[in-house]
Design a protein around this ligand. Sequence first.
Ligand SMILES: [Fe+2]
Ligand SMILES: [Fe+2]
Length: 163
Amino acid sequence: MINNIDDKQYKMIVDYIMKDKEFNKISSSFHHGTDRLTHSIKVSYYSYLITKKLGLDYKTTATAGLLHDFFVTSNDKTFKESASSLFNHAKIAAKNAVDKFEISDKEKNIIETHMFPLTLKPSKFIEGWIVSFVDKGVGIFEFGVKFRYAITLWLIFVFNIMK
Ligand SMILES: [Fe+2]
Ligand SMILES: [Fe+2]
């Protein structure tokens, strides 16, 4: 995914994270029908583009976006494990990012709050709201691609009963 991005400035900002072996382990976890690394790069890059356009702190956004799901999970989680991960992975990702990269308080806040409103506290920063919003948009799109056949069948069914 990162190789498809032709943006030298973005690549320079996230280079130290992308070169890290431990961080790259997230590519082994399934995530919304893709892998967690691909998902994280999308969230980071789209959030970076939006914040850059708006004259906001795009560097912090790029790094926090890339680290927002920095945790590794097994690919055969139970339903209960998946459900609890929904609520606690943001804190785990923030802790991993602090331990590994000594991130700033702003980056930590963006990561910790990206699951708002599931996790009750929203971000203190506009960049955090943007990462959270982009994460949901990317996630919905990834789910859509994963379940496209089911969605198509469901739409055919709905159109047929409405006829
Ligand atoms: Fe997440
Ligand atoms: Fe995410």
